[in-house]
Design a protein around this ligand. Structure first.
Ligand code: AHR
Length: 497
């Protein structure tokens, strides 16, 4: 019998709400036509931000938003995006040379974060910018002093300094961010770190752009850490970012919506491999930082398929199916399993790009299956992770084992226990017994996300094909045992009050 034992009396670390973070880049239709439609649009908006998206981000309690990129961050010069819009320059975007009008800049991003109620995470330009440029941006945003830069911000309409808790120093420095060796990036990191001063009263986390997802990136992490810490004037970092994609854009058989069981399992296996990448990087950090002060941050993750036929290949527009819902639940559960070290993560990306929460077409908005997973799992944010043991069948994926069930368990401050589950089997429902070691279960409610087929997805013609519904497959047995029947290819959330 498959069995999940939840040790509700064995609290582990707190699940930082920032694990449920997001990422919006100036790429394709993510910002323009996605989040920002402009004040004169007929689409309901507040100062240009789509109201339906802002409301939906509030609904999932989006804790943070990373901006402006991505690769775009390393070609972005913040002065292009301040002041009267009609005077802002048009540049060619990194992505497909699309005209970048800079209509959405620093003040618009901060307005968006305030409308959503989330923390800003700004990625500074290291690849083609300067230390001075980054330093000035920080002063412009966060200083209440009587300085020329602070006064420029005031003249541009913002009297009070903003709080920016998260600053990224570059992006994918090993790739689009500048093709750097870790040794070089480490030296550069120290230089930026030294000049990035705190002008406000909000502690500013300086986050080193780390490495892409592969088995070897932990070696580069070790070189980087060694180089910043073992020097005459050791430098610390508050966070180190890694990226991990299920990266299949060049493989037509891994279409976002037309795939078979083999592709379903291969994608889920690749998604599960993030566990090893995190473990290796966490082990490196443990040697330099046994107190676990440094945040390991996965500030880009998601399943990346060939673009939707007929769309601009540089715009990375793809559909999002029930498979992506399971990828999301599996990945978020893995983050929670490492929540003593992984403190922040950012889904790539919010709207119309890669594994999006939303797809837009004019006024129409589609909530993807991935959005629903963020909604169903939001109760884990800032809750305490609970120890669990899981006995589950194993699926053979090209001779490599993949656990059929993925789980997460937490207890919120009000005592509510949330257990979330994903059934990775494409076509078979599965039974699971759950034991709660310390409590009698008197009331349990559930929500499920499942569909008539594992490729099911939401379209503009059929926007609610994949949508959460009440879960009826849970039965309380004796006091501390419940039995659930998980539908095939599903995500289920159970709440015990
Ligand atoms: O999310 C799309 C791109 O993927 C980002 O700009 C870059 O950081 C990564 O390679």
């Amino acid at each position: 019998m498959n069995k999940l034992t939840v040790y509700a009396d064995q609290p582990l670390s707190k699940i930082n709400r920032h694990l449920y973070g997001h990422f919006a880049e100036h790429l394709g239709a993510c910002i323009y036509d996605g989040i920002y439609v402009g004040e004169d649009s007929r689409i309901p908006n507040v100062r240009g931000m789509r109201s339906d998206i802002v409301e939906a981000m509030k609904q999932i309690r989006a804790p943070n938003l990373r901006w402006p990129g991505g690769c775009f961050a390393d070609v972005y010069h913040w002065r292009d995006g301040i002041g009267p819009r009609e005077q802002r320059p048009t540049r060619l975007n990194f992505w497909g040379n699309a005209p970048e009008t800079n209509a959405f800049g620093t003040h618009e991003f901060m307005d968006l974060c305030e409308q959503i109620g989330c923390e800003p995470y700004i990625g500074g330009n290291v690849g083609s910018g300067t230390v001075q440029e980054m330093r000035d941006w920080i002063e412009y945003l966060t200083s209440n002093y009587d300085s020329t830069l602070s006064n420029e911000r005031r003249a541009n309409g913002r009297a009070q300094a903003w709080r920016i808790p998260f600053w990224g120093i570059g992006n994918e420095n090993w790739g689009c961010g500048g093709l750097m060796r870790p040794e070089y990036m480490a030296d550069l990191y120290c230089q930026y770190h030294n000049f990035m001063r705190n002008y406000g009263d909000t502690p500013m986390m300086r986050i080193a752009s780390g490495l892409g997802g592969s088995d070897t990136n932990a070696e580069d992490t070790a070189i980087f850490m060694d180089r910043i810490m073992n020097r005459r004037h050791p430098v610390h970092t508050d966070g180190l970012s890694i990226h991990y994609y299920v990266y299949l854009p060049d493989q037509p058989r891994h279409s976002a919506t037309e795939f078979g069981e083999a592709e379903w399992y291969e994608v889920l296996k690749l998604a599960s491999d993030i566990d090893g990448v995190i473990a290796k990087n966490a082990a490196v950090l443990d040697t330099y930082d046994p107190g676990k002060r440094i945040w390991l941050i996965v500030d880009e993750w998601g399943a990346w398929y060939p673009v939707e036929p007929g769309t601009n290949p540089a715009f990375l527009y793809q559909q999002n199916s029930m498979r992506d819902a399971v990828v999301a639940a599996l990945t978020l559960h893995i983050f929670q399993d490492h929540c003593d070290r992984v403190q922040m993560a950012n889904l790539a990306q919010t709207v119309n790009v890669i594994q999006a929460l939303f797809l837009t077409k004019g006024e129409a908005l589609v909530y993807t299956p991935t959005f629903h997973v963020f909604d169903m799992l939001k109760g884990h944010q800032d809750a305490t992770a609970l120890r669990y043991d899981l006995i589950a069948p194993v699926i053979d994926v090209n001779s490599v084992p993949l656990a059929q069930i993925s789980a997460g368990a937490s207890r919120a401050e009000n005592g509510e226990v949330l257990v979330t589950l994903a059934n990775l089997h494409a076509s078979e429902s599965t039974a699971l017994e759950i034991e709660f070691t310390d409590r009698a279960v008197t009331e349990i409610t559930g929500v499920e996300l499942s569909a008539d087929h594992f490729t099911a997805h939401n379209t503009f013609d059929e926007p609610t094909r994949v949508t959460p519904k009440r879960f009826d497959g849970v039965v309380i047995q004796d006091g501390s045992h419940v039995r659930v029947q998980l539908p095939a290819a599903s995500v289920v959330a159970l709440t015990l009050v």
